[in-house]
Design a protein around this ligand. Structure first.
Ligand code: AGP
Length: 607
């Protein structure tokens, strides 16, 4: 997703705009730009591709000025070219934008009729021309912005500077996150607090509809206006975020580092949820799971959706409570039947995914209890939900989720057992909770020797299509494995419930399409073995992830990766680490951009 930075200072800002953008690179982007005001002139520098291109451009053509805005663009409207890169500007005003202006075409048509010449294909450019028109009509900058915002439909986080007012910086938030950073002698805007951490830990999270006007005259001051344009005070939080640039810690990629961090992050997460002495739940939520009519709804996107699909098995098997799982992008538009008995759980690493956030707001409007499971403490979902539980995976920089995903599984598993305890649906809860405390060691075992994953990655890097299968909780892990592989290696990968293969997808099987089977020796093992055999007889290369040393398949090309002995609860963590490694090493051998794969964003704040 796009990243936004704004700085109002007494010192030059161009370099720090770039520094701030570099702390937003993890969000994914394909062009970048900055603009400052100097000697009553707005000047831009924009470049396609990675931030280094922009840095090189600034080396050649430095940008003076003590007020400025910056942007990393993840293309939505218009290809990732220099012309479409932000900031967009007229002589009078410059804007950077994260989000989508849904009615931009109508607005653009009107502006063209007024004689405006557009230079880009972006939706954002309508914003800058609308503000410019209001300024030309004599409106003050804040009124020009207010009038413009009232015409916009869709989502935006905006940072805005004005040629005639180089002592001013404005920000606006609707549907996309924006934070205000506060110092005595300068003020900041950012898409998240982490981007501003090297300069300030005093952060104010703008709420939906907020506009902030920041001024430098005798000192620095700001005023926040709510949607009704009334001045409002928002809480200033004193954070304690890491100020250093994210470091790979000696690993070749953030993703690899984050895969290897899982043993620790899972331990941290489990210990926040389970009392290691009494093996009882430490979850402290004012939510009653025991009601007769209670229904659990898990709503998420992408990997977080697969974590939720896994949890469905746990809620229904252990807590014996009805559990439905929805893709957030579907849930919010399908008129779901909701009631006050619904406990709606929103799972999100970033806590900013617009589809999931919109689904959360829908559930709230229907009177449901809302619980967010997120990895970013001060994210929009944390603040919008009635309750939240944090996954303690720490900042996840790789766009492909790994440690945050396994931490989501940890929270969801502990929550299902917490619900089971309240519902008195089983009497072996403490046994399962104790078992979970051993999971980090099992994950560490998977990662002790990754040479087989490396070899397999080399083999898979030469394929075009890969099939994954699994049964029970192994099925959503197969889905996650397929997503990881396609996300970072760009190899087409599909996952199916093993029992579903014969209902059509087996037509895809040929000797060029390897099958990866998630097959721990569990209750589903025998049937999965039959499904593997069905594929092997059709000539496909077979790769089996299992803890059964005796398992073999008679076929042309067979590989087995032996994993630690697992139980129905621990298996998903063990096999998750394995499929993450398979994806990572395949991408490594393919030479793709593992940490920032093409077209992807770490936080999808647009629909
Ligand atoms: C995960 O590897 C993907 N990058 C993506 O599917 C992600 O899980 C999805 O966009 C949801 O993001 P969230 O967890 O931040 O809501």
């Amino acid at each position: 997703m796009c990243g936004i930075i704004g700085i109002l200072s007494n010192t030059l800002v161009a370099e720090r705009l770039i520094d701030g953008l570099s702390r937003l690179e993890y969000r994914g982007y394909d062009s970048a730009g900055v603009a400052t005001i100097y000697e009553n002139t707005i000047t831009k520098r924009r470049a396609e591709g990675k931030l280094q291109s922009l840095k090189d451009l600034l080396q050649q053509k430095p940008l003076p000025g003590t007020v400025g805005i910056g942007h990393t663009r993840w293309a939505t409207h218009g290809s990732p070219t220099h012309q479409n890169a932000h900031p967009h500007a007229t002589d009078r005003v410059a804007v950077v934008h994260n989000g989508i202006i849904e009615n931009y075409q109508l607005l653009k048509d009107g502006l063209i009729k007024d004689g405006v010449i557009f230079k880009s294909e972006t939706d954002t450019e309508v914003v800058v021309h609308l503000i410019d028109q209001a300024l030309q009509a004599g409106k003050s900058p804040d009124i020009a912005v207010k009038e413009t915002l009232s015409k916009l439909h869709g989502a935006f986080a905006l940072a805005i500077i004005f040629k005639e007012h180089s002592d001013m910086l404005m920000g606006a938030r609707r549907g996309s996150p924006l934070v205000l950073g506060i110092c005595d002698d300068e003020l900041f805007l950012g898409s998240d607090a982490w981007a501003l951490a090297p300069w300030t830990q005093k952060i104010c999270y703008l709420e939906e509809g907020d506009v902030v006007v920041m001024k430098r005259d005798n000192g620095f001051a700001y005023t926040i206006f709510n949607e009704a344009w009334q001045p409002i005070n928002r809480l200033v939080k004193h954070l304690n975020l890491a100020t250093g640039a994210a470091s790979k810690g000696g690993y070749s990629h953030f993703m690899l580092k984050e895969i290897f961090e899982q043993s620790q992050t899972l331990s941290d997460t489990f210990l926040s949820l389970i009392d290691e002495e009494t093996h009882t739940s430490r979850i402290n939520l004012p939510i009653d799971f025991s009601g007769e009519h209670v229904r659990i709804r898990l709503i998420a996107c992408g990997s977080s959706y697969y974590a939720s699909l896994t949890a469905k098995y746990w809620f229904e098997k252990y807590a014996q409570v009805l559990c439905e799982v929805d893709l957030a992008s579907e849930f919010r538009y399908r008129d779901p039947v909701l009631s006050k008995h619904d406990i709606c759980v929103f799972v999100s690493q970033s806590g900013e995914t617009s589809d999931t956030l919109a689904a959360l707001n829908l559930a709230k409007s229907k009177g449901c209890i809302t619980l967010a499971i997120v990895n970013v403490p001060e994210s929009s979902m944390t603040r919008a939900a009635d309750h939240h539980i944090l996954t303690l995976a720490g900042p996840e920089i790789g766009v492909a989720s790994t440690k945050a995903f396994s931490a989501q599984l940890a929270v969801l598993c502990a929550l299902a057992l917490h619900a089971a305890a309240q519902r008195k649906s089983m009497d072996t809860i403490s046994t399962h909770l104790r078992e979970l405390l051993h999971v980090p060691k099992l994950v560490a075992q998977v990662l002790q020797d990754v040479s087989l994953f490396d070899e397999l990655g080399l083999r898979l890097s030469q394929t075009r299509d890969v099939l994954f299968i699994g049964r029970g909780t192994n099925y959503p892990i197969a889905l996650e494995g397929a997503l990881k592989l396609k996300e970072i290696s760009y190899i087409h990968a599909e996952a199916y419930a093993a029992g579903e293969l014969k209902h059509g997808p087996i037509a895809l099987v040929d000797k060029l399409t390897p099958l990866i089977a998630i097959a721990p020796n569990d209750g589903w093992f025998e049937k999965t073995s039959s499904n593997i055999q069905e594929v092997a007889t059709r000539g496909a290369p077979i790769i089996v992830l299992t803890d059964d040393p005796m398992f073999t398949v008679n076929c042309l090309e067979f590989r087995k990766i032996l994993l630690p002995k697992s139980t129905p609860l621990s298996a998903c963590f063990i096999y998750t680490a394995a499929v993450q490694c398979i994806a990572y090493y395949t991408a490594l051998h393919k030479g793709t951009d593992v940490d920032q794969p093409r077209n992807l964003a770490k936080s999808v704040t647009v629909e």
